[in-house]
Design a protein around this ligand. Structure first.
Ligand SMILES: *Cc1c(COP(=O)(O)O)cnc(C)c1O
Length: 315
């Protein structure tokens, strides 16, 4: 089966919603939210954008089968399983850690979608990008299309660059800033690539502790477009709240207040930290007055179920 452009591209532009708030008025900032969480039912969010052209590639293979990697609560595993189900592409998920019964809601959904789950210990999982390990996987599962963790590769960048194209149509121009959360850096790389030669600045807010993302994004951009220098971007690593999937009561209160004030749900892994960071920078005067900012809501709300299973209904 080959996915026609029609089937694949039938999603509409995700909505762009101006956020009305006295806080923003006070600071003379215009902020809109690109609601990628509303693209469609799963697969949605930035994971859909990253999957889209990869799915097209897989569907052209004689024997389409997709293998990918993720943690037990991975939004990427969830989205890939949903896509496999919808486009009838067999999927294999290499999952970090032991199988725990009953499966959490993410993995339960993935298995229900028909994803073949294989659990590996942390040391094995660390080898996920090594050619030797990929070779072993292909021997074990047969020839398959290998999608790296988080779905991040050059086709993911191509998919995420479309965020910029959509914004240009929706705004008849571009904002001064586009802000997005970062995990592997695929989404921000796509936005940076889409912004080439524009004067909009891209800011990625890291959900992880450490400074490695800048280098990683540079690597990704090089694999996407070797001879272009992309300069108008930065990674902010000040709002990780202790590291990946770490949180505190300040973040939880912020997410709950945001829901109450604007009726928009954020998640504690990515978008909560992103919006907290953007609002804090506005408060501190980082953005010049009259700036226009688009913040990308990358989705990830499926993860809330697993979060509540572990920590209770604090969100
Ligand atoms: C995976 C994910 C991200 C991180 O995207 P990268 O392309 O890996 O940087 C951000 N937000 C949400 C909701 C995600 O699920």
């Amino acid at each position: 089966m080959i996915l026609t452009d029609n089937e694949l591209f039938k999603t509409n532009h995700s909505p762009l919603m101006p956020l009305k708030s006295s806080f923003l008025m006070e600071h003379q900032i215009q902020l809109s939210i690109k609601r990628d969480d509303l693209i469609q039912p799963a697969p949605s969010g930035n994971k859909w954008r990253k999957l889209k052209y990869n799915l097209k590639e897989v569907s052209c293979l004689a024997n389409p089968k997709l293998l990918t990697f993720g943690g037990a609560f991975s939004n990427h595993i969830y989205a890939t399983a949903a896509a496999g189900n919808r486009f009838r592409i067999p999927t294999i998920g290499i999952i970090r850690g032991e199988r725990v019964e009953p499966l959490n809601s993410t993995l339960d959904f993935a298995e229900t979608c028909g994803m073949d789950l294989h659990f590996v210990d942390r040391n094995t999982y660390r080898r996920r990008n090594e050619p030797d390990f990929i070779k072993e996987l292909k021997e074990k599962f047969g020839d398959c299309y290998i999608l790296p963790e988080g779905g991040t590769n050059h086709l993911a960048i191509k998919g995420c660059a479309e965020i910029v194209e959509e914004l240009e149509e929706q705004m008849q121009g571009l904002p001064d800033y586009i802000c997005t959360p970062c995990g592997t850096g695929g989404t921000i790389s796509g936005i940076i690539a889409g912004l080439a030669s524009k004067k909009t600045k891209a800011i990625g807010f890291s959900a992880l502790k450490g400074d490695f993302l800048r280098k990683e994004v540079n690597n990704l951009l090089r694999t996407y477009q070797k001879n272009t220098v992309f300069s108008n971007w930065e990674i902010n690593a000040d709002y990780h709240f202790g590291g990946y999937a770490k949180f505190d009561s300040i973040l939880i209160d912020f997410i709950n207040d945001f829901k109450r004030d604007y009726d928009i749900q954020l998640d504690p892994i990515y978008t909560g930290k992103l919006f907290y960071g953007v609002f804090d920078l506005i408060q501190k005067g980082f953005f010049p007055k009259e700036s226009t900012i688009v913040v990308v809501h990358t989705g990830g709300l499926q993860g809330l179920n697993g979060f509540r299973e572990r920590f209770g209904k604090i969100l």
